[in-house]
Each structure stands twice: as structure tokens, then as C-alpha cells.
Design a protein around this ligand. Structure first.
Ligand SMILES: [Zn+2]
Length: 215
């Protein structure tokens, strides 16, 4: 199965991608991992990407597409893959179609995780991270520490990352609406879009996604 996962920031895309890939026995291909792998292995595309990043510039679409193409052509992706974070705009979606066609492949589904905007803001802006260990994550409402501002695990101070402020979340949502959301219409025209609600517990969302994909 070849799947593209889309959804706004805060939809739990990364978590769902990992579970779905495991359930479907296909590799989870995230742009973050692609960049890290290409840069650490010093591939030509990785060096190119690093050059842009070091200059504080955006990595051009063709570099990202090249990395995704290399990854999709690896042996473990022969029976499918789950793309997470790519494509993130219509130009990338069009380029992906060209790449897939050249390899005589096609997508089976585009899974669209839907979360109301206010819920996204609540999820992200309520997140608190421990200064001692960034894996100690709490939420003021959904997973509150016993003492406000103090990590249950190690007693460290909890803080809100700058990226998680309400203002930043609203900006990220705006970028998602203008750049990424149009790919849903693009794929809808190909009859590929499966929309599910991303509300509820992680395993409930996974089950919902699996049921929707089987149809
Ligand atoms: Zn801690």
C-alpha cells in the first residue's frame, strides 16, 4: 500500500504514521528522517540540503523530491510506504506523481487527519517540556503534572517551547491552510482522499485509520 499522510500540525501525524506503518508492514518515510539520513550519510542531496540549511534558506522542492525518490526505490519499500511530511505543497504532489509514474507505481490512498483548529491550538499551546529531558512531556489539561510547572519524573522545571506558543501555532496553521491543504483537493480529483477524525486516544485513531484504509 502506498499512502500519503496529511494533517495539520498537532494532529499527531508522526505518532499515527509510526503505528500505521507498523500495522501495514511498510516503511514510514518522514521528511525529517530523510534529511537527517542524507545529511549524516553525506549523500550529494544531503550535502546540497545542508548548504541551503546552513545559509538559513529553504531547501528547494527538487532536493526533497530527490531524497524521497531514492528512499521509495529502496527494497523495503517495494510493497509500499507511508509518506509523512511530503508532499507539503501542490508542486511537490505533482512532482511525486511524475516520480511514481516513471517507476510504474501509484498511490493507493491519501489519509487526511482532521482536527478542529481550536483543538490543535489547545493541544500544542498546552504542551510543557522538562528542562532536564525533552522526552518528559506534559500537557496543562490532558496530562497535567502533579505540581504545576514541575516534572513528575525528575522534578525539573517545565517550560513551553517557543515553537509551541499560541501565536506560532496560528502561524503554522496558516501555512498549512495556504500551502499544504490544497494538495487534498489535488488528490480528491484523483479519488484518493480518505478523511478521518484525529480526535480521541492514539489507538482509537489508529483503528479508525486502519478501518478507513481497508475500504
Ligand atoms: Zn523531567
Amino acid at each position: 500500500m502506498r499512502i500519503v499522510l496529511v494533517g495539520p500540525p498537532g494532529a499527531g501525524k508522526g505518532t499515527q504514521a509510526a503505528f500505521l506503518a507498523k500495522n501495514l508492514d511498510i516503511p514510514h518515510i518522514s521528511t525529517g528522517d530523510l534529511f537527517r539520513a542524507n545529511i549524516s550519510q553525506g549523500t550529494a542531496l544531503g550535502l546540497e540540503a545542508k548548504g541551503y540549511m546552513d545559509r538559513g534558506e529553504l531547501v528547494p522542492d527538487e532536493v526533497t523530491i530527490g531524497m524521497a525518490k531514492d528512499r521509495m526505490e529502496q527494497a523495503d519499500a517495494a510493497n509500499g510506504f507511508l509518506l509523512d511530511g511530503f508532499p507539503r505543497n501542490v508542486a511537490q504532489a505533482e512532482a511525486l506523481d511524475v516520480v511514481l509514474k516513471a517507476d510504474e507505481m501509484q498511490l493507493d490512498a491519501v489519509l487526511d487527519l482532521e482536527v478542529p483548529e481550536d483543538e490543535v491550538v489547545k493541544r500544542i499551546a498546552g504542551r510543557r517540556i522538562c528542562r532536564n529531558d525533552s522526552s518528559h512531556v506534559f500537557h496543562v489539561e490532558y496530562n497535567a503534572p502533579k505540581t504545576e510547572g514541575v516534572c513528575d519524573t525528575c522534578g525539573g522545571e517545565l517550560y513551553q517551547r517557543a515553537d509551541d506558543s499560541e501565536e506560532t501555532v496560528r502561524t503554522r496553521l496558516e501555512v498549512y491552510h495556504t500551502q499544504t491543504e490544497p494538495i487534498i483537493d489535488y488528490y480528491r480529483a484523483q479519488n484518493l482522499v480518505v478523511t478521518i477524525s484525529a480526535l480521541g486516544k492514539v489507538d482509537e485513531v489508529t483503528a479508525r485509520a486502519m478501518a478507513a484504509l481497508k475500504k
